[in-house]
Write a protein that binds this ligand. Structure first.
Ligand code: ATP
Length: 135
């Protein structure tokens, strides 16, 4: 069993897609191990996106991710990291994510692309420690 950190980003929460996205995770056979709705503190957002510091979109990304409530979840299952990234689709909802994926079905913009999923087991453990320090 593997764990991944999923964020249902503020755009998806504001648009009312929390239930739809959680349902897709559950239908895939993945399990919710932790779930929380909250506004991301600035320090958490900065650490989460530390690898993008210095990129032109970084300030705007931080503003977006802290702009309203998001849902953070720990999702568990066999190959959970890759399985959730398959559900999410590519980063750009139009050019990369194909229909049938969360971003491909519901997104238009690269920044406001509905969800985050850890990109490796190592990132997942780092991100879970950041978002769910008690776990
Ligand atoms: P995530 O890490 O959120 O799952 P990802 O791994 O598909 O997304 P990254 O390249 O790590 O994509 O980028 C992290 C996030 O930063 C993206 O999900 C998106 O919200 C935002 N982002 C990435 N590239 C751009 C860009 N060129 N313009 C605006 N926002 C961007």
């Amino acid at each position: 069993q593997e764990r991944t950190l999923v964020l249902i980003k503020p755009d998806a929460v504001a648009r009312g897609y929390v239930g739809e996205i959680l349902a897709r995770i559950e239908r895939k056979g993945l399990r919710l191990a932790a779930l929380e709705l909250k506004v991301a503190p600035n320090e958490v957002a900065q650490q989460h996106y530390a690898e993008h510091e210095g990129r032109p979109f970084y300030p705007s990304l931080l503003e977006f991710i802290t702009s309203g409530p998001l849902v953070a979840a720990v999702v568990e299952g066999p190959r959970a990291v890759a399985a959730f990234r398959q559900l999410a689709g590519g980063t750009d909802p139009v050019e990369k994510a194909i229909p049938g994926t969360i971003r491909g079905d519901f997104g238009l913009e690269t920044q406001e692309n509905l969800v985050h999923g850890s990109d490796s087991v190592e990132s997942a453990e780092r991100e879970i420690a950041l978002w769910f320090p008690a776990l």
